[in-house]
Ligand binder design. Structure first.
Ligand code: ADP
Ligand code: MG
Length: 465
């Protein structure tokens, strides 16, 4: 039963302290007894037990208590493990010098209180979200490079690093990758990753339970703080206030902060100016909507991973290209589609041909098609350029109307699967050659006009959101 409890606690600890820390410090421990609120451990050396006591006591207590035994203290006994013959004598000496070495706290209560806080604060990291599994392409290369730099933890960092972009473009993936990488380079560093929603929830809870000092202390003591989806705290005044103070305290101490949001700081409504301006002091990088090439790259990389689990599955020619072409909104959906194909193929033991893929993914393909209508595009573009919706389909030819109309044509071609004649009909019965001309014109212009390219990028993002 004790092995069982420790086994379960270890599984959680590995997640909460990171695999490196876990293997180095916690794995060598053996739980020998749980008695009168004390967990007794055998540790191979005094050094290990001291280290664990100083750095991971909170985590261990929290995990044990989650499993129920009501433990409020840890006690370590140095018992050298079956060391190889040469090392043995040294280990024994060490043990003899510290007979029954104990590293128990004189005042166990605060340790327990803090332990619960920390375990609750940190959100688990997904082991699959590593740099190794992140496919780099034009739309995310800058964000990726910045993330790498921050993960190195050297003096030439950016503080804070602010990552933003639409849903499913890899923000969370990059943040977890930073945490994994940084933690493996700095095993004793404290990395705290959580969503802005969790931050608020914990903050409110700390207020309610009058443990606000613990809460503050916990955050002020980390080496790296990562807050995901920070747009969530917009309009939530006291949470913002607390966040601002935490933020300042950490930046002033030179601790790294990484933040993500679904849009740029300036565009987050209801976020205090002083926070916006502090956020802007670091590096702000956006993840652009995926390109066909990036989607294909991601599909190829995921296919390799899936193949390792299902070596028999065959994927027909053109299937990945088809998916990359048709599922354009979000990498999560793309990944889900591929996963479904693999499940399908391995159950039915059939090759995934183009037809099989179309049939198996009919619902996903349909919603991706339905997602953006020409109406939506016309409305958004008219709104953006401040022209009347009726001018989209009307005959006016002045530049201030004609250009936005061409942009809408271009976006209709790009974002929907409508044919040119079809699009022409929706633009007041124009001929398909007019549409083609409009599309070409915008392609040409945006290649040389950075402002226009950016406008189009933003419109796309708005439409695809
Ligand atoms: P966000 O936080 O921006 O909404 P996520 O980071 O959760 O998006 O990404 C959604 C899914 O897509 C995850 O499973 C992630 O691994 C995957 N993903 C996104 N971008 C990439 C990429 N460039 N390479 C590999 N996987 C990616
Ligand atoms: Mg996310």
């Amino acid at each position: 039963m004790m092995d069982n409890i420790w086994g379960q606690a270890c599984a959680e600890l590995e997640k909460s302290v990171g695999p490196n820390n876990f293997n180095h410090w916690i794995k060598p421990l053996r739980l020998t007894a749980l008695k009168d609120g004390v967990a007794h451990f055998a540790s191979p050396t005094r050094f290990v037990s001291d280290w664990v006591y100083r750095h991971f006591a909170d985590d261990i207590l929290a995990q044990l208590n989650k499993l129920g035994p009501g433990i409020d203290r840890l006690r370590f006994e140095v018992i050298p493990q079956q060391a190889p013959a040469g090392a043995r004598s040294r280990a024994t000496v060490e043990a003899a010098q510290q007979p029954g070495a104990q590293a128990s706290s004189s005042d166990p209560a605060p340790v327990t209180a803090r332990a619960t806080r920390k375990a609750e604060l940190c959100a688990p990291l997904d082991p699959r979200f590593t740099f190794g599994n992140f496919v780099v392409g034009k739309p995310n290369e800058l964000a990726h490079a910045a993330a790498r730099r921050v993960a190195e933890g050297g003096p030439v960092g950016f503080n804070p690093l602010f990552l933003y972009g639409g849903v499913g473009l890899g923000k969370t993936h990059l943040m977890h990758a930073i945490a994994h990488d940084y933690q493996s380079r700095h095993p004793s560093a404290q990395v705290l990753y959580l969503s802005a929603e969790q931050f608020m929830y914990r903050f409110v809870q700390a207020l309610r339970e009058s443990t606000i000092m613990d809460f503050k202390g916990m955050f002020r003591n980390v080496n790296m703080l990562m807050v995901d989806d920070v747009q969530f705290i917009a309009g939530k005044d006291s949470t913002q206030e607390e966040f601002f103070h935490t933020f300042n305290a950490l930046v002033d101490q030179g601790k790294q902060i990484v933040i993500s949001a679904d849009r740029a700081p300036a565009e987050i409504k209801g976020l205090e100016e002083r926070i916006k301006s502090r956020l802007s002091c670091g590096l702000i990088v956006d993840l652009h909507p995926t390109t066909y090439e990036l989607r294909l790259g991601i599909l190829q990389s995921k296919t390799e991973t899936f193949r390792k689990q299902n070596p028999d599955v065959r994927i027909g020619d053109g299937v990945l290209e088809f998916l990359a072409h048709r599922i354009t909104t979000n990498v999560r959906v793309l990944e889900g589609a591929l996963q479904r194909l693999f499940a399908h193929a391995s159950l039915l033991r059939r090759e995934i041909t183009l037809e099989v893929a179309q049939e198996c993914l009919a619902d996903i393909l349909r919603t991706n098609d339905r997602k953006i209508s020409i109406d939506d595009i016309q409305r958004k573009v008219a709104e953006h350029y401040n022209i009347r919706l009726s001018d989209m389909i009307g005959p006016k030819r002045s530049r201030n109307v004609a250009r936005p109309r061409q942009i809408a044509m271009y976006l209709s071609k790009q974002l929907t699967s409508r044919s040119l004649p079809d699009i022409g009909r929706r633009f007041g019965g124009r001929d398909h050659t007019t549409i083609m001309h409009g599309v070409r014109k915008i392609e040409e212009l945006s290649a040389g006009d950075h402002g226009l390219a950016e406008d189009i990028g933003m419109l796309k993002r708005l439409l695809e959101a």
